[in-house]
Design a binder for this molecule. Structure first.
Ligand SMILES: NC(=O)c1ccc[n+]([C@@H]2O[C@H](COP(=O)([O-])OP(=O)(O)OC[C@H]3O[C@@H](n4cnc5c(N)ncnc54)[C@H](OP(=O)(O)O)[C@@H]3O)[C@@H](O)[C@H]2O)c1
Length: 323
């Protein structure tokens, strides 16, 4: 009897392992550029008639994703900390768009926004956890602690609060949550550590969520965006030390893409329930090589005298200001 039980247990183990490796192979195939589309999981999630809840929808990538989702026939809940731009966008979009004021730093406010969106539209199919900020570009030694902690609070904990508040509604609709991260989830964040740390955290959040949602037949994905032409990037690029840091890599890697391209990548990623969204295109082949690419980038930055000079210049300036 004991032997039979143990044999059955072994068979079960082999079956589970085979299934796991099969799923891993499929998932690796899906991450291939272009050909990966052949392995897209079904069912897809066409946005027509769906309800999409978007944080940071007042401007930038969030507003563009809202426009494109709405153009595909979705109803959009525009969420953000300032009601006026959200209302203006809702008016521009017309029927099927509504504004909800909520700061992602406040879980109760996020819950109220989620409940209000459900009351207004009958449910939530998709969440784009997008709201985010970039701190002034400073080294860890001299950045104002409030700037550092606010960045993590908005970018990482804000995504968590958005997800927590909307998750039951999304599960009820077998929906999808797209978390907006950045290449800074794996690119060295020198002069931008709070942002990079928050985006690496968001990456982990989304990956864990995808696994936890599987048995609910709901999905989650993470968007690795490069530089996108929005206020966030405009403000960052205006800083001298950022210009210095940009000058150490070929322009191709830091040239901002139009916000329409980022918005399209997000909505297409949602419709295919993609585990990862990458824009611009050069980011996609880096994803399976993140470990080695990250190490090489660290070494490249460590060895770069221009970057070291930029970091020490900012440190000196800030020490002088603080003295
Ligand atoms: N632009 C890029 O190159 C780039 C690249 C990779 C990833 N991302 C990520 O994409 C997301 C959107 O960035 P973006 O470039 O579109 O920036 P953006 O133009 O500055 O827009 C950010 C949006 O987030 C909102 N927001 C900020 N703090 C908030 C809070 N506490 N509660 C609620 N909403 C808040 C802003 O509202 P207000 O209008 O009230 O400030 C604004 O609507 C961010 O997560 C960013 O990290 C951007």
């Amino acid at each position: 009897m004991g032997t039979l039980h143990s044999a059955l247990r072994q068979a079960e183990l082999i079956q589970d392992t085979t299934r796991t490796f099969g799923a891993m192979g499929l998932s690796a195939a899906r991450s291939l550029p272009v050909a990966g589309q052949l392995f897209t999981p079904s069912p897809r999630l066409p946005l027509f008639g769906r309800v999409v809840f978007i944080t940071g929808a007042g401007r930038g990538i969030g507003a563009e994703a809202a426009r494109q989702a709405h153009a595909r026939g979705a109803r959009v809940a525009l969420v953000g900390r300032r009601l006026k731009p959200l209302q203006q966008l809702a008016e521009q979009l017309g029927e099927g768009a509504a504004a909800f004021e909520a700061d992602v730093r406040d879980l109760d406010a996020m819950q109220r926004a989620a409940d209000a969106a459900v009351a207004r539209f009958g449910g939530i199919d998709v969440v784009i956890a997008n709201a985010g900020i970039a701190p002034p570009s400073e080294p860890i030694l001299t950045i104002d602690p409030e700037d550092f902690e606010r960045t993590v609070d908005v970018n990482l904990l804000g995504q968590w609060r958005t997800i927590r508040a909307t998750l039951p509604a999304v599960i009820e609709r077998n929906g999808h949550i797209l978390v907006v991260a950045s290449i800074y989830a794996f690119v060295n964040g020198a002069l931008n550590a709070s942002y990079a740390a928050s985006k690496a955290g968001v990456d982990q959040l989304a990956r864990a969520l995808r696994v936890e949602l599987a048995h609910h037949e709901a999905t989650a994905g993470v968007a690795y965006l490069g530089f996108v032409n929005t206020d966030l990037v405009g403000d960052a690029f205006a800083q001298q030390q950022v210009s210095e840091a940009r000058s150490i890599v070929p322009e191709l890697f830091t040239k901002p893409i139009p916000v329409t391209q980022a918005g399209r990548a997000l909505v297409e990623g949602i419709e295919s329930r993609a585990a990862t969204v990458a824009a611009p295109g050069w980011i996609r082949p880096l994803l399976p090589l993140r470990g080695i690419a990250g190490t090489l980038m660290d070494e490249f930055m460590l060895a770069n005298p221009r970057l070291s000079r930029a970091i020490s210049t900012v440190e000196r300036q800030n020490h002088r200001q603080q003295a």
